[in-house]
Design a protein around this ligand. Structure first.
Ligand code: CP3
Length: 342
């Protein structure tokens, strides 16, 4: 896989065009996803290796993208830590047993990752067989702060009020919880690497809720711990957060190979401020994919012209594809990237 566009770009080597994949590419904007989802629950899909592999392969077969991302969720680590997780349409993820007190944290079990999350390892093996060396497979996990927010709030949140209260009133409790999540995440990602993933992405979707100092203390620190704990050799690590236009210089200190940038920033400006050898991924506003094809093409070319001559650039969105974006717009965007030549 070292010769694939994704891995070359991730290690800042020159490529004839930028590689393309999209966050949430294995999802609801595809009718083929719904054909599976209508028969099984989301967690059943994640936990049945053949089904997880079927969904992982949908964008590979239908979109012709340059990397597959494993079909799973960032919250499986929290479930493995004892969270009673459910997903309901229109509500999103819920934990019926939120973790809010010292007693809740002390009661969290030791996690044997192979025993609890072995279904992810098995799904990776099935996907790798089906990919048969065609393109790389990206494994992933949630960053401790983002995962913690779901455990504390008991689900999605607009303002992260309870999570931030824990950080501010009981920082030692928050750090205990974050350390436990980080430890499970290291084991979990090392299991994914051993099972054959070719790259890793860490998702810190809600980092933008934090101040600079809180990001440093309660998020960055644990991401750095995870990255340094990976047995990764030639496996690149992509660090994603919403808020990366602000936090990118700190994110770089955790030594990822790639930083995935949200759509607020000018990608080249950010890249120039990063140390040599750190690649960038991004950063089309996903809303552009609702617009006319002419606009999609123009905006992608505009981004590519800006990045011309810069090795270390992976095309992606600033965040995930929304479920109601038309499939043929996504397919068109991939085609525009594939036809581009520097
Ligand atoms: O990118 C991919 O296609 C791979 C699969 C993937 C999913 N979730 C599948 C999913 C990945 C990489 C994730 C990561 C994830 N999960 C994140 C980080 C990425 C981001 O978008 O910021 C977060 C915050 C979650 C937590 C989560 N999972 C939420 C908040 C929800 C419900 C709300 C929503 O966005 O739909 C999920 C459910 C989920 N995860 C679905 C899918 C395909 C929808 C399940 C369904 O069909 O109802």
């Amino acid at each position: 896989m070292q010769d694939s566009l994704l891995i070359k770009a991730a290690f800042s080597k020159p490529t004839e065009r930028p590689p393309v994949w999209m966050m949430r590419q294995a999802g609801r904007f595809m009718k083929e996803y719904w054909e599976i989802k209508n028969k099984y629950s989301f967690l059943e899909m994640c936990k049945t290796p053949e089904l997880a592999a079927d969904v992982t392969m949908l964008p590979v077969d239908l979109l012709d993208i340059d990397a597959a991302i494993l079909f799973s969720d960032i919250l499986v680590t929290a479930e493995a830590m004892g969270g009673d997780l459910s997903f309901t349409a229109g509500v999103g993820p819920r934990f019926s047993n939120p973790v809010r007190t010292a007693a809740d944290i002390a009661a969290l079990p030791e996690v044997d990752v192979e025993a609890k999350l072995g279904y992810v390892r098995d799904a990776i093996r099935v996907v790798k067989q089906r990919l048969n060396g065609r393109i790389p497979l990206i494994g992933f996990a949630g960053a401790p702060f983002t995962v913690m927010s779901y455990m504390v709030e008991g689900g999605s949140s607009k303002d992260f009020k309870l999570t931030k209260l824990m950080l501010h009133n009981h920082p030692e409790l928050a750090k205990d919880l974050l350390s436990r999540i980080a430890k499970v995440t290291v084991d979990y990602l090392n299991m994914q690497i051993a099972a054959g993933v070719d790259a890793i992405q860490i998702f810190d979707s809600w980092a933008m809720a934090l101040s600079w100092n809180d990001y440093k203390e309660f998020s960055h620190h644990y991401i750095a711990e995870i990255i340094s704990g990976l047995n990764r050799k030639d496996i690149p690590v992509i660090s994603f957060c919403k808020g990366s236009s602000v936090f990118a210089p700190l994110m770089a200190e955790a030594r990822p190979d790639v930083i995935s940038i949200d759509w607020n920033a000018d990608l080249l400006d950010i890249k120039k401020r990063l140390p040599q050898g750190i690649a960038v991924q991004g950063n089309l506003d996903p809303h552009i994919l609702y617009a006319d094809k002419k606009v999609i093409r123009e905006r992608i070319h505009q981004l590519f012209e800006r990045m011309r001559g810069e090795p270390g650039f992976i095309f992606n969105l600033g965040h995930g594809i929304m479920p109601d974006i038309p499939f043929d717009h996504v397919k068109y965007a991939v085609q525009v990237v594939r036809e581009f030549r520097y």
